[in-house]
Design a protein around this ligand. Structure first.
Ligand code: TMP
Length: 207
């Protein structure tokens, strides 16, 4: 995995298990940064591109694909997402916030597949400048999933999610200073404030 040092915009990824609130958080920081006058593009993976659309269909299907197929498709979607949407925005100075990126593949596909192989599959996915990991106990996330009406996708199975939660924590300890862990049990507005503080401390916010 390479870095994004050749680009002008800041690249941010948001990560966490299902139910951790990545989408609400990404929306919150997007709204706040945009209101402060920055050009910010919000996106997500699976992306809205052709491989991403296929993945959304597979995630809803009763037949869960082979884990290696998932790993390859997520990596292919990511490469397309990077080239067609993320990089062009960064190059023109626009910030990019993606709801999920490489860490999702390491955490989810790394359960049933060799995580080193999954990492190799993602070798062409440049790393974000900052990754916010929303850490939430697995049982709290499960209660949130239950409250919103139950499972929507085939990777939301409780046993699997428990392993993913632990894997995220393990990975977060080895990911280096570009990863910021936030306590996702805090209210959304607190999380957004903590994230902005972190960006400010890192000297990334203008003015
Ligand atoms: P979402 O629920 O955040 O939209 O993500 C869809 C599901 O896809 C979620 O269960 C996480 C999973 N996923 C992976 O397993 N690997 C990946 O690389 C990505 C981006 C998502």
């Amino acid at each position: 995995m390479s870095s994004t040092s050749q680009t002008r915009g800041i690249f941010i990824a948001v990560e966490g298990i299902d139910g951790a609130g990545t989408t609400t958080f990404a929306h919150g920081i997007h709204t706040t940064l945009t209101a402060s006058g920055l050009a910010v593009h919000r996106t997500a993976e699976p992306s809205s591109g052709p491989v991403g659309r296929l993945l959304r269909e597979l995630l809803k299907s009763a037949d869960t694909p082979d884990p290696a197929v998932y790993a390859l498709l997520f990596a292919a979607d990511r490469r397309h997402h990077w080239l067609s949407e993320i990089l062009p925005n960064l190059q023109k100075g626009t910030w990019v916030i993606t709801d999920r990126y490489v860490l999702s593949s390491l955490a989810y596909q790394g359960i049933d597949e060799d995580v080193t192989w999954v990492s190799h599959c993602n070798a062409r996915a440049p790393l974000p400048g900052v990754t916010f990991f929303l850490d939430l106990p697995f049982h709290v996330a499960q209660a949130r999933i239950h409250n919103r009406g139950g499972l929507r996708e085939n990777l939301e199975d409780a046993d699997f999610q428990e392993k993913v939660a632990q894997r995220y924590r393990d990975l977060s300890r080895t990911f280096g200073s570009s990863l910021v862990t936030l306590d996702a049990s805090l209210p959304p507005q607190h999380l957004v404030r903590a994230a902005l503080m972190e960006l400010s401390v890192r000297g990334l916010l203008p003015g």
